[in-house]
Write a protein that binds this ligand. Structure first.
Ligand SMILES: [Zn+2]
Length: 392
């Protein structure tokens, strides 16, 4: 048993506790959280750190299997260019290279204080590593196909992967993005998700032409994916943005995570909240910077259930939730650190359904304990120099 403390303790749920103390056992279970303003503390027993303590981070969006593409894809290509580069590069790496990159990437996440990951998979290269339980994983087996003719075969491939997964309570079949799934494929995915009460994760409004795709049935993405030809002219513009156009087809789902939201508007958020009370949002700020050079309007989301993802090393310089928070904080300095920590911890844990153990520093949980140092002292803000280390 140990007592640890820092200048502020961010529990993930409540307001930061000045000089808060955690009593923790040797296995990382929290025995007690003490507030010096009300609790008596024997300071001789307490190990005190500079900086702040917070729960282990939950990374709600990653593609571990793409780790071999670190540093290989050009920046600022926009989404269609990014997809094109992945397609042209993906055959050039051996199985061994991929497996090594995945292992290194997992290690990087652990070092950076990440304890749980919502990970997208198109194949099974990450499954063996995930089974070792070095981190908590929920695997989203992703399906795409805008050509209705391939709906059945695309879904069958995903179902085979799903059935081969070692723990189906921690896996879902999930649609890739608003623009890349035909109506026929949507039906197959939806009924699987409803039957299994699955968590769903969808790439949403990542690029500007995604809204135009649905509103007008044209634009860069629409042309790049050859939608007119694939649907034999049957695609009907909805006069609405991508989010309502797409999600309306998915009524009756369990929790849904919308990922990126770079071009999401106030009306889209209002629509989503009308549609379901189980909507979560994931921001992958550095990937947005990498691919689109744009950031979401975070201020629209201050009352929403926001979470943080790193996306993959194909579109990011690191797998670090702290690096994502720095980018958000730099872009929108008025968002308080307390809120950012909540986005990075408890909200993601709630989405993944693991908040009994993770996401907040509370008696009985084993959430992982991070120390963040090098903050801007007076205002408790992150700086570009802030670092994270794992205490438990
Ligand atoms: Zn992604």
């Amino acid at each position: 048993m140990q007592f640890i403390s820092a200048e502020y303790l961010f529990t993930g749920k409540a307001a930061p506790i000045k000089n808060g103390v955690i009593c923790i056992d040797n296995n990382g279970f929290v025995l007690e959280v003490l507030n010096p303003a009300v609790d008596e503390i024997n300071w001789e027993k307490v190990k005190k750190y500079e900086g702040i303590i917070c729960p282990g981070f939950v990374n709600t969006h990653c593609h571990l299997e793409l780790s071999y593409l670190k540093g290989k894809i050009s920046q600022d290509t926009k989404l269609h260019g990014f997809i094109q580069e992945i397609i042209s590069l993906r055959e050039q790496f051996s199985e061994q290279e991929r497996l090594e990159a995945i292992q290194l990437a997992e290690q990087e996440m652990i070092t950076n204080g990440i304890v749980a990951v919502g990970d997208i998979s198109n194949g099974n290269t990450t499954f063996n590593l995930k089974q070792q339980n070095n981190l908590y994983y929920h695997t989203f087996i992703e399906v795409f196909g805008s050509d209705p003719a391939i709906a059945k075969s695309a879904f069958n491939h995903a179902e085979l992967l799903y059935n081969s997964y070692f723990d189906k309570t921690k896996a879902s079949i999930t649609p890739h993005a608003t623009y890349s799934v035909s109506n026929k494929l949507t039906e197959l995915i939806k009924s699987h998700c409803i039957k299994n009460n699955s968590l769903v994760s969808i790439h949403n409004q990542e690029t500007e032409s995604e809204n135009q795709f649905f509103k007008e049935g044209k634009g860069k993405l629409f042309d790049f994916l050859n939608i007119a030809e694939k649907t034999k002219g049957a695609f009907k513009p909805t006069q609405q943005n991508a989010l309502p156009s797409f999600l309306a087809k998915y009524n009756g789902l369990n929790k849904v995570l919308l990922v990126h939201n770079t071009f999401t508007e106030k009306e889209d958020i209002a629509w989503a909240n009308q549609f379901s009370n189980q909507i979560y949002w994931a921001f992958c700020s550095n990937a947005n910077q990498y691919i689109e050079g744009r950031q979401p309007n975070y201020h629209l989301f201050l009352n929403e259930k926001c979470t943080i993802g790193t996306d993959s090393l194909a579109s990011n310089w690191s797998l670090s939730i702290l690096d994502e928070l720095k980018t958000i904080s730099n872009n929108s300095p008025s968002i308080e650190l307390e809120k950012l920590i909540k986005w990075a911890t408890i909200n993601g844990a709630e989405f993944l359904g693991i908040d009994k153990q993770y996401g907040s520093i509370e008696k009985g949980k084993k959430p992982g304990i991070n120390l963040i140092e090098q903050l801007n002292g007076d205002s408790i803000k992150l700086t570009q120099e802030s670092t994270v280390s794992v205490l438990f």
